[in-house]
Design a protein. Structure first.
Length: 44
């Protein structure tokens, strides 16, 4: 289990949420491509 300072550091390192729709859509597209790649690898 993490100590309080470790937990605070982990939270501080999280990326901030995307500000606009274009960024959100790019992130979603990237996640979908990554998921498709992992699914294709798992199927072989």
């Amino acid at each position: 289990m993490s100590t309080l300072p470790q937990f605070k550091a982990m939270i501080a390192e999280l990326p901030s949420p995307p500000a606009d729709l274009e960024v959100k859509l790019r992130l979603l597209g990237s996640d979908l491509r990554r998921h498709a790649t992992l699914q294709a690898r798992a199927a072989t």
